[in-house]
Design a protein around this ligand. Structure first.
Ligand code: GRF
Length: 188
Protein backbone atom coordinates (compact mmCIF):
# COMPACT_ATOMS: atom_id res chain seq x y z
CA UNK A 1 0.00 0.00 0.00
CA UNK A 2 1.34 3.45 -0.93
CA UNK A 3 2.10 6.19 1.62
CA UNK A 4 0.73 9.63 0.91
CA UNK A 5 1.61 13.03 2.37
CA UNK A 6 -1.07 15.69 2.29
CA UNK A 7 0.10 19.32 2.05
CA UNK A 8 -2.27 21.97 3.44
CA UNK A 9 -2.07 25.53 4.77
CA UNK A 10 -5.51 26.42 6.11
CA UNK A 11 -8.86 25.00 7.12
CA UNK A 12 -8.16 21.47 5.98
CA UNK A 13 -11.61 20.23 4.99
CA UNK A 14 -10.12 18.48 1.94
CA UNK A 15 -7.30 17.09 4.09
CA UNK A 16 -9.91 15.60 6.42
CA UNK A 17 -12.04 14.13 3.62
CA UNK A 18 -9.02 12.42 2.05
CA UNK A 19 -7.51 11.28 5.37
CA UNK A 20 -10.82 9.78 6.53
CA UNK A 21 -11.30 7.99 3.20
CA UNK A 22 -7.82 6.46 3.60
CA UNK A 23 -8.60 5.39 7.16
CA UNK A 24 -11.92 3.77 6.24
CA UNK A 25 -10.46 1.95 3.24
CA UNK A 26 -12.30 3.90 0.56
CA UNK A 27 -8.89 5.00 -0.77
CA UNK A 28 -6.36 2.18 -0.86
CA UNK A 29 -3.45 4.25 0.52
CA UNK A 30 -2.14 5.34 3.89
CA UNK A 31 -2.29 9.06 4.78
CA UNK A 32 0.84 9.12 6.92
CA UNK A 33 1.89 12.76 7.08
CA UNK A 34 0.50 16.30 6.99
CA UNK A 35 2.92 18.92 5.70
CA UNK A 36 1.84 22.40 6.79
CA UNK A 37 3.60 25.75 6.25
CA UNK A 38 1.46 27.70 8.78
CA UNK A 39 2.03 26.87 12.48
CA UNK A 40 -1.47 28.03 13.54
CA UNK A 41 -3.52 26.47 10.73
CA UNK A 42 -6.78 24.71 11.67
CA UNK A 43 -5.73 21.71 9.59
CA UNK A 44 -3.12 20.85 12.27
CA UNK A 45 -5.90 20.23 14.82
CA UNK A 46 -7.73 18.05 12.33
CA UNK A 47 -4.58 15.95 11.78
CA UNK A 48 -4.02 15.56 15.53
CA UNK A 49 -7.64 14.41 15.98
CA UNK A 50 -7.02 11.74 13.35
CA UNK A 51 -3.61 10.78 14.84
CA UNK A 52 -1.80 11.75 11.66
CA UNK A 53 1.75 13.07 12.24
CA UNK A 54 2.26 16.72 11.37
CA UNK A 55 5.41 18.27 9.93
CA UNK A 56 5.17 22.04 10.31
CA UNK A 57 7.67 23.81 8.11
CA UNK A 58 7.44 27.59 8.05
CA UNK A 59 9.25 29.16 5.07
CA UNK A 60 10.40 32.12 7.21
CA UNK A 61 12.93 29.82 8.90
CA UNK A 62 14.82 29.22 5.62
CA UNK A 63 16.99 31.51 3.49
CA UNK A 64 15.61 30.31 0.15
CA UNK A 65 12.61 28.47 -1.25
CA UNK A 66 14.93 25.64 -2.30
CA UNK A 67 16.18 25.27 1.28
CA UNK A 68 12.59 25.19 2.58
CA UNK A 69 11.65 22.52 0.06
CA UNK A 70 14.83 20.57 0.76
CA UNK A 71 13.81 20.34 4.40
CA UNK A 72 10.34 19.10 3.41
CA UNK A 73 11.91 16.61 1.01
CA UNK A 74 13.99 15.16 3.86
CA UNK A 75 10.77 14.61 5.85
CA UNK A 76 9.13 12.94 2.82
CA UNK A 77 12.14 10.67 2.35
CA UNK A 78 12.33 9.80 6.05
CA UNK A 79 8.64 8.86 6.06
CA UNK A 80 8.80 6.86 2.82
CA UNK A 81 6.27 9.00 0.97
CA UNK A 82 5.23 7.68 -2.46
CA UNK A 83 2.66 10.30 -3.46
CA UNK A 84 1.74 13.92 -2.60
CA UNK A 85 -1.81 15.29 -2.32
CA UNK A 86 -2.07 19.09 -2.25
CA UNK A 87 -5.18 20.23 -0.39
CA UNK A 88 -5.25 23.99 -0.04
CA UNK A 89 -1.45 24.31 0.14
CA UNK A 90 -0.90 27.98 -0.59
CA UNK A 91 2.59 27.71 -2.06
CA UNK A 92 3.92 26.84 -5.48
CA UNK A 93 5.76 23.52 -5.60
CA UNK A 94 9.33 24.16 -6.76
CA UNK A 95 12.04 22.21 -8.49
CA UNK A 96 13.39 20.16 -5.56
CA UNK A 97 10.03 18.48 -4.90
CA UNK A 98 8.94 18.37 -8.57
CA UNK A 99 12.18 16.69 -9.63
CA UNK A 100 11.52 13.86 -7.22
CA UNK A 101 7.70 13.62 -7.38
CA UNK A 102 6.41 15.00 -10.74
CA UNK A 103 3.68 12.65 -11.96
CA UNK A 104 3.03 11.72 -8.33
CA UNK A 105 1.61 15.05 -7.11
CA UNK A 106 -2.03 16.04 -7.46
CA UNK A 107 -3.88 19.25 -6.61
CA UNK A 108 -7.50 20.28 -6.26
CA UNK A 109 -8.67 23.66 -7.49
CA UNK A 110 -12.13 25.22 -7.01
CA UNK A 111 -12.93 26.12 -10.64
CA UNK A 112 -13.27 24.47 -14.01
CA UNK A 113 -9.67 25.05 -15.11
CA UNK A 114 -8.35 26.68 -17.23
CA UNK A 115 -10.99 29.19 -16.06
CA UNK A 116 -10.16 31.11 -12.87
CA UNK A 117 -6.70 29.81 -11.91
CA UNK A 118 -4.91 31.17 -8.82
CA UNK A 119 -6.34 32.69 -5.67
CA UNK A 120 -10.02 33.36 -4.87
CA UNK A 121 -11.32 31.22 -7.72
CA UNK A 122 -14.83 30.78 -6.32
CA UNK A 123 -15.25 34.52 -5.74
CA UNK A 124 -13.88 35.34 -9.20
CA UNK A 125 -16.39 32.97 -10.82
CA UNK A 126 -19.26 34.32 -8.68
CA UNK A 127 -18.45 37.92 -9.50
CA UNK A 128 -17.91 37.28 -13.21
CA UNK A 129 -21.56 36.37 -13.74
CA UNK A 130 -20.97 32.89 -15.24
CA UNK A 131 -23.77 30.39 -14.61
CA UNK A 132 -21.47 27.48 -13.89
CA UNK A 133 -18.19 26.90 -12.10
CA UNK A 134 -16.83 23.70 -10.58
CA UNK A 135 -13.88 21.72 -9.34
CA UNK A 136 -10.74 20.36 -11.03
CA UNK A 137 -8.26 17.70 -9.89
CA UNK A 138 -4.98 17.81 -11.81
CA UNK A 139 -1.39 16.65 -11.75
CA UNK A 140 1.02 19.34 -10.62
CA UNK A 141 3.69 20.85 -12.85
CA UNK A 142 5.81 24.00 -12.48
CA UNK A 143 2.92 26.36 -13.38
CA UNK A 144 0.07 27.72 -11.28
CA UNK A 145 -2.92 25.35 -11.67
CA UNK A 146 -1.68 24.24 -15.10
CA UNK A 147 -0.82 20.52 -14.95
CA UNK A 148 -2.68 17.75 -16.82
CA UNK A 149 -6.34 17.54 -15.78
CA UNK A 150 -7.51 14.25 -14.26
CA UNK A 151 -11.17 15.04 -13.52
CA UNK A 152 -13.61 17.93 -13.35
CA UNK A 153 -17.08 18.34 -11.86
CA UNK A 154 -19.33 21.31 -12.63
CA UNK A 155 -21.25 23.24 -9.97
CA UNK A 156 -24.14 25.44 -11.13
CA UNK A 157 -24.33 29.01 -9.88
CA UNK A 158 -28.02 29.45 -9.09
CA UNK A 159 -30.11 32.62 -9.19
CA UNK A 160 -30.17 33.96 -5.63
CA UNK A 161 -26.92 32.23 -4.67
CA UNK A 162 -24.71 34.05 -2.18
CA UNK A 163 -20.95 33.61 -2.29
CA UNK A 164 -21.22 31.63 0.96
CA UNK A 165 -23.82 29.19 -0.48
CA UNK A 166 -21.74 28.69 -3.56
CA UNK A 167 -18.55 28.13 -1.54
CA UNK A 168 -20.30 25.48 0.55
CA UNK A 169 -21.49 23.60 -2.57
CA UNK A 170 -18.08 23.85 -4.24
CA UNK A 171 -16.35 22.50 -1.12
CA UNK A 172 -18.79 19.56 -0.81
CA UNK A 173 -18.13 18.79 -4.48
CA UNK A 174 -14.36 18.99 -3.86
CA UNK A 175 -14.49 16.45 -1.05
CA UNK A 176 -16.43 13.94 -3.16
CA UNK A 177 -14.36 14.46 -6.33
CA UNK A 178 -10.97 14.27 -4.55
CA UNK A 179 -11.89 11.01 -2.79
CA UNK A 180 -13.21 9.45 -6.00
CA UNK A 181 -10.13 10.45 -8.04
CA UNK A 182 -7.71 9.16 -5.40
CA UNK A 183 -9.74 6.00 -5.07
CA UNK A 184 -9.21 5.38 -8.81
CA UNK A 185 -5.51 6.32 -8.76
CA UNK A 186 -4.77 3.86 -5.96
CA UNK A 187 -6.96 1.13 -7.44
CA UNK A 188 -4.62 0.92 -10.44
C1 GRF B 1 -10.03 24.44 -1.56
O1 GRF B 1 -11.04 25.20 -2.19
C2 GRF B 1 -9.03 23.94 -2.56
O2 GRF B 1 -9.59 23.66 -3.80
C3 GRF B 1 -8.10 25.13 -2.68
O3 GRF B 1 -7.99 25.61 -1.36
C4 GRF B 1 -9.19 25.31 -0.64
C5 GRF B 1 -8.80 24.59 0.62
O4 GRF B 1 -9.91 24.34 1.46
N1 GRF B 1 -6.87 24.73 -3.32
P1 GRF B 1 -9.73 23.38 2.71
O5 GRF B 1 -8.54 23.94 3.51
O6 GRF B 1 -9.44 22.00 2.21
O7 GRF B 1 -11.00 23.45 3.50
Amino acid sequence: MKNIAIFASGNGSNFEAVALACKNGEINARAVLLICDKPDAVVIKRAKNLNIPVFVCSPAAFPTRAAHEGHILDALDDTGIDFIVLAGYMRIIGKPILDEYEGRIVNIHPSLLPAFPGLDAIKKAFESGVSQTGVTVHYVDAGVDTGPIIAQKPVDILPGDTLENLEARVHETEHRLYVSVLREIFAL
